[in-house]
Design a protein around this ligand. Structure first.
Ligand SMILES: Nc1ncnc2c1ncn2[C@@H]1O[C@H](COP(=O)(O)OP(=O)(O)OP(=O)(O)O)[C@@H](O)[C@H]1O
Ligand SMILES: [Mg+2]
Length: 233
């Protein structure tokens, strides 16, 4: 369960996204080319308004590029009709958000099992996998706890467990440590590193240089354009 065998890089080809606004078109990103590699954590950094969320939305197939495309294992994501795209996202991609976004009325274990239900995984297997994932991220003692009773760090680790529910090849995290103190932030970064060590590609937006220092690769965006010469050591 922990290791992925069939993973590909997620490839951005000449991505451009222009938004039409009342004051004219805004080029949020342009000329973005990058291979997000399996087995690596890639940090996406840059000032506010530089285009990080725009890029993440394109990579995850929530939005379509104005030009260029995103490819995974030979599939061009923007070519998929919405139904197929939703199915592709459900089984290939996992998501972790800044505020964890757990379902407030479901206990931790059922939050993790929820995406498996959407993918048609039988009940017993859902429960089995959910408890393995709780165990893996050190939150099995909180299996029956509601999200509001979890600490920030526990909540984020449950969110990471949920992101892995359908064994995705690519995991996206938008500011996963943004609302945590330094110590809990560290455990969350460690959890994301272990997710990459499974052979998955982890793509993480962060403002925090200390968090980015734990990445294998850094994509730095300034005014919608990537700085190609910047890589983590
Ligand atoms: N739907 C939209 N319509 C118009 N302009 C948009 C839209 N979404 C983003 N933009 C603009 O595109 C640019 C990039 O925005 P984006 O949200 O990607 O920045 P960001 O790097 O994620 O910033 P932050 O760190 O503040 O989250 C900004 O100038 C923003 O105002
Ligand atoms: Mg953003």
């Amino acid at each position: 369960m922990a290791s992925k065998t069939t993973t590909h890089p997620l490839i951005a080809h000449e991505l451009k996204r222009t938004f039409d606004t009342p004051s004219g078109p805004v080029e949020a990103i342009r000329h973005v080319n990058h291979e997000f590699l399996p087995g690596q954590v890639t940090a996406v950094m840059g000032p506010s308004g530089s285009g990080k969320s725009t890029l993440l939305n394109l990579l995850a197939g929530f939005d379509d590029p104005s030009e260029g495309h995103v490819e995974y294992g030979g599939t061009v994501i923007s070519d998929l009709p919405e139904r197929k795209r939703a199915a592709f996202r459900l089984t290939t991609f996992g998501f972790v958000f800044q505020a964890a976004n757990l379902i407030s009325v479901l206990p931790a274990a059922r939050n993790i099992a929820f995406p498996m239900g959407l993918a048609g995984v039988p009940r017993q297997e859902r429960q089995q996998r959910a408890s393995e994932l709780l165990e893996r991220f050190g939150v099995s003692h909180r299996a029956s706890a509601l999200p509001r009773t979890l600490s920030g760090g526990e909540r984020q680790r449950v969110a990471i467990a949920r992101a892995l529910a359908n064994d995705p090849s690519v995991v996206f995290a938008d500011e996963p440590t943004g609302s945590l103190d330094r110590e809990s932030g560290k455990t969350v970064v460690q959890a994301l590193r272990s997710v990459a060590e499974d052979g998955r590609a982890v793509i993480m937006v962060t403002h925090d240089p200390e968090v980015a220092a734990a990445a294998d690769d850094i994509v730095r965006i300034v005014d919608g354009v990537m700085d190609e010469n910047d890589h983590a050591g």
